[in-house]
Ligand binder design. Structure first.
Ligand SMILES: [Zn+2]
Ligand SMILES: [Zn+2]
Length: 334
């Protein structure tokens, strides 16, 4: 019985509409992919079907590693879950801090129409959360210590919806902190300004905008189905093809399309790359960084070794700078 419970809890994300891999969203993604391949790529139904369920992709060494990481990382979610409690602490702390200032009185907008308040809160939660994802993702590529962790996700050489779980546990912790902080801040500010009428518009318990993101094929970002949008839309929303480009080994695609759902951040901060036609992308890390992307031991422990190496290098650099500063200082004194 216990083993049965364990299996159910391991795969519970597939039955949870709050998760991207919820079976309903996966089913819709398959439908969207079929329509795309039949209408835009002019494939027959059977050809399109076999293109989607390509066994070379779903059973590649890289994808097999994704499935194993998915199962192993479930253990770490037990450690991450308590982090979510810190959201209440953050929200409460900010809420009281806001009360202690006198520039803006509490409940200043409490007379605003409730429909408007809920609409604004639903929209703001989505936008703030999405922006924080963009920011943290950008840092992951910019700072060597964070890149050592994020490299695990980019070592995938084939993309399937499960690749979204191909992350080092430390990235999971960082992303949880991000979510807790972004949401905790938004919640407290809204409660302070609008009073306790603040609520979310939801469908199946999910923010309606997140729901729309998932039912329109969020799973296809990690797939080989290169659905593109019109250029004007790819400046507002990240298309599956744009995230696939983020995974490309080609140098011209480095540090592009950090966005999760919205492309406006990439557009605003100069990291946007529109999708391209007729280009077969190769996914993974470039030759200099490629190690064994299928070996689980490497995937879990290499980032820790890399971080240790970076820290030792930094400490050495710092201590030699201090030494030379003292030496030159003492020389100047003579
Ligand atoms: Zn990335
Ligand atoms: Zn990705």
């Amino acid at each position: 019985m216990e083993i049965f419970d364990q299996i159910i809890s391991t795969f519970s994300d597939f039955g949870n509409p709050k998760k991207r891999v919820f079976f309903g969203y996966l089913f819709l993604s398959v439908l969207i992919a079929l329509v795309w391949l039949i209408v835009a790529k002019r494939m027959s139904l059977s050809k399109a079907f076999w293109k989607i369920f390509d066994k070379d992709i779903f059973f590649s060494k890289s994808s097999m590693a994704d499935y194993k990481i998915f199962v192993i990382n479930r253990i770490f979610t037990f450690f991450i879950s308590p982090l979510l409690l810190t959201q209440v602490a953050i929200a409460t702390a900010i809420y009281f801090a806001l009360h202690s200032q006198s520039f803006i009185p509490a409940g200043v907008f409490s007379n605003v129409n409730i429909v408007l308040v809920i609409g604004l809160f639903t929209f703001t939660m989505f936008v703030v959360d999405d922006f924080s994802k963009y920011l943290v993702h950008r840092w992951m590529h910019r700072f060597p210590i964070l890149w050592a962790i994020h490299k695990v996700h980019h070592s995938a050489e084939t993309l399937t919806p499960v690749t979204v779980y191909r992350v080092h546990p430390l990235e999971g912790v960082l992303y949880s902190f991000r979510g807790v902080f972004a949401q905790g801040t938004t919640i407290s500010i809204f409660f302070f300004l609008f009073g306790n009428v603040v609520d979310l518009y939801t469908i199946v318990g999910v923010n309606i905008l997140v729901f729309v993101f998932h039912v329109t094929g969020s799973n296809l970002r990690h797939s080989h189905i290169d659905i593109r949008y019109w250029p004007w839309l790819e400046r507002i929303l990240i298309s599956p093809a744009q995230h696939q480009l983020h995974h490309s080994v080609a140098e011209e695609h480095f540090d592009k399309n950090f966005g999760a759902a919205l492309a406006i951040w990439d557009w605003l901060f100069g990291s946007l790359h529109l999708s391209e036609t007729h280009k077969e992308l190769e996914f993974g890390l470039d030759a200099r960084e490629r190690s064994s992307g299928y070996n689980l031991k490497t995937l879990y422990f290499q980032p820790l070794l890399d971080i240790r190496k970076i820290l030792i290098r930094r400490i050495r650099k710092f201590s030699s700078a201090v030494t030379s500063w003292f030496t030159s200082d003492s020389l100047n004194m003579h």
